[in-house]
Design a protein around this ligand. Structure first.
Ligand SMILES: Cc1cc2nc3c(=O)[nH]c(=O)nc-3n(C[C@H](O)[C@H](O)[C@H](O)COP(=O)(O)OP(=O)(O)OC[C@H]3O[C@@H](n4cnc5c(N)ncnc54)[C@H](O)[C@@H]3O)c2cc1C
Length: 398
C-alpha cells in the first residue's frame, strides 16, 4: 500500500440526500486503510428537500443535524459553500463564516444537487417563490400567511412538485384560491386510473387546474399567459425546469445541457476521473435512458460511488452502476396520496396505491433517508437492498 493510499482524501461536496449517503459509506469503505473524508455543506441542518412543500405551508419540520447523521465515523464536517473547483490541481475553494479555505482532494464526490431555474421567463426570478431551499420555502410560507384570507396562489408548472405544492397549499390554506398551470395534463407518467384519482383530489381540494397554457411573464400581482390573458396572483410559486450548479462547467468538466456532470458507467466524470458525480448533479446513462433526478436514484448512486472508491483503493476494478425505478410516490396534502408503481424506466405499471395506504407509503419513503443513514453507519447494507437493479449492459456511446 502506498503512502497516498493510506492518507487518501475524499471530499464530498453537498450534504443532501446523496452526499450524506456517499460520505458515510466511503468513510466505512476507506476506514481500514486510513482514508480521510470531509463533507462540505452550506448549513449544518440537513435540508429535507422532499419536504419543501410542507415547509412552504408552515408545517413543523424535524431538525436533523448533519454532524449527528454522520456521527461515529471519521468524517470532518465543514459548514461552507464550494465556490470554485480547480480540477487540475484537485482543489476546492470553500467559503465559510470564518473566511475562505482551500481543500485538497484525491477523490471528489460531487453531490450539490439541482435547482429550479427562474431565468427563462421574464419576471419569474423577482416575482415568484421557489422550493429550491428552506429559505425560499419560508418566504413563500410567510406570503401565504399574509394572503390566507381570500388571496390567490398560482403554481407555475404541474409536474409532480407543482402538484404536491398545490395540494399542500389548498389543504393548509383553505381560503386561498389555488391555480395550477401547466402545458400538459398533470402526472403524464401515471396510468389512467392513478392519474384519474390524482385529478379527482385536485378537484376535491378546489384547485383550478389549467392545462395547455404557456406562461410568458410573471408580474408582481399576476401571471401572463401567451395570448395576453392575466391570471391574478398574490403568491406565485415557480416549480418548472431543472438545472445544476455552474461549478462543474466553470471548472472545465464535461457537462450536459442541464449542467450535470457526464459520468461513465462507474459514476466518474468522463473528463476528470478523480471526480465522482451522484444524484441530481450527475447525468447517469442507463440502457433505457438518462436517470432523472430523484432521491430514489440518488441515494443508490451515492452508495455505489462510495463502493467504487473503496474498490479502487483496494486495487480492484470499479463496477458499473445499474439502477431501475420502482415507484412515483406523490403526496396530495397530508391526508391523501397516490403511489404509481413503475417499470424500470419509470413508465407506469398497472399497480398503484391511493388514499391512506398511499399516505403511509409516501411518509415511509420520505422519512427513510435518516433511518438508512443510521443503519449505514453500522452495517454494510447490500446494494440490492438500496435499489432495484437495472439491466446489466450500460451504454457507453455518449
Ligand atoms: C418539493 C419536492 C418534492 C420532491 N419529492 C420527491 C419524491 O417524492 N421522491 C424522490 O425521489 N425525489 C423527490 N424530489 C427530488 C429530490 O428532492 C432530489 O432528487 C434529491 O434531493 C436529490 O438529492 P441530491 O443529494 O442530489 O441533492 P439535494 O438533496 O438537493 O442536496 C444537495 C446539497 O448540496 C448543497 N449544496 C448546493 N450547492 C453547494 C455548494 N456550492 N457547496 C456545498 N454544498 C452545496 C445543498 O445545500 C444541499 O444540501 C422532490 C423535490 C422537491 C423540490
Amino acid at each position: 500500500m502506498t503512502n497516498k493510499e493510506t492518507h487518501h482524501k475524499t471530499v464530498v461536496i453537498g450534504g443532501g440526500y446523496t452526499g450524506i449517503m456517499a460520505a458515510i459509506r466511503v468513510a466505512r469503505r476507506s476506514r481500514a486503510i486510513g482514508g480521510r473524508v470531509t463533507l462540505v455543506n452550506p448549513s449544518s441542518r440537513f435540508n429535507e428537500r422532499l419536504r419543501m412543500h410542507q415547509q412552504a405551508t408552515h408545517q413543523e419540520m424535524e431538525y436533523l443535524a448533519i454532524p449527528d447523521l454522520v456521527q461515529g465515523l471519521d468524517i470532518e464536517f465543514v459548514e461552507g459553500t464550494a465556490t470554485d473547483l480547480d480540477a487540475e490541481r484537485q482543489e476546492l475553494a470553500v467559503a465559510t463564516e470564518q473566511g475562505e479555505t482551500t481543500l485538497h482532494y484525491d477523490t471528489l464526490i460531487y453531490a450539490i444537487g439541482s435547482a429550479t431555474p427562474t431565468n427563462h421567463v421574464p419576471g419569474a426570478d423577482v416575482h415568484s417563490y421557489t422550493l429550491n431551499s428552506p429559505s425560499s420555502a419560508n418566504k413563500l410560507a410567510s406570503r401565504l400567511t399574509e394572503v390566507a384570507d381570500g388571496g390567490t396562489a398560482v403554481v407555475c408548472g404541474n409536474g409532480l412538485t407543482g402538484v404536491e405544492a398545490a395540494t399542500e397549499i389548498a389543504e393548509s390554506f383553505p381560503s386561498v384560491r389555488v391555480v395550477l398551470l401547466g402545458r400538459d395534463e398533470p402526472a403524464p407518467l401515471m396510468n389512467a386510473k392513478a392519474r384519474s384519482y390524482l385529478l379527482g383530489v385536485l378537484e376535491r381540494l378546489g384547485i383550478e387546474s389549467r392545462t395547455g397554457v404557456e406562461i410568458t411573464k410573471v408580474l408582481p400581482d399576476a401571471v401572463v399567459l401567451a395570448g395576453g390573458e392575466l391570471v391574478a396572483s398574490d403568491a406565485t410559486l415557480w416549480t418548472t425546469g431543472f438545472w445544476a450548479s455552474p461549478l462543474a462547467a466553470d471548472a472545465g468538466l464535461t457537462v450536459d445541457p442541464q449542467r450535470r456532470i457526464v459520468v461513465d458507467p462507474e459514476l466518474r466524470s468522463v473528463s476528470h476521473p478523480s471526480i465522482f458525480a451522484i444524484g441530481d448533479a450527475a447525468a447517469i446513462q442507463q440502457p433505457w435512458g438518462v436517470i432523472h433526478g430523484t432521491c430514489q436514484s440518488g441515494m443508490p448512486s451515492g452508495a455505489h460511488a462510495a463502493d467504487n472508491i473503496g474498490r479502487i483503493l483496494r486495487g480492484k476494478r470499479p463496477k458499473p452502476f445499474r439502477f431501475a425505478y420502482i415507484h412515483q410516490p406523490v403526496s396530495l396534502g397530508r391526508n391523501d396520496a397516490v403511489v404509481q408503481f413503475t417499470k424500470i424506466d419509470d413508465s407506469p405499471s398497472r399497480w398503484y396505491l391511493t388514499g391512506k395506504s398511499a399516505v403511509r407509503y409516501k411518509e415511509a419513503v420520505t422519512g427513510s433517508p435518516s433511518t438508512t443513514y443510521g443503519l449505514s453507519r453500522r452495517l454494510a447494507i447490500p446494494m440490492a437492498l438500496l435499489a432495484r437493479r437495472g439491466p446489466r449492459k450500460a451504454r457507453r456511446d455518449r
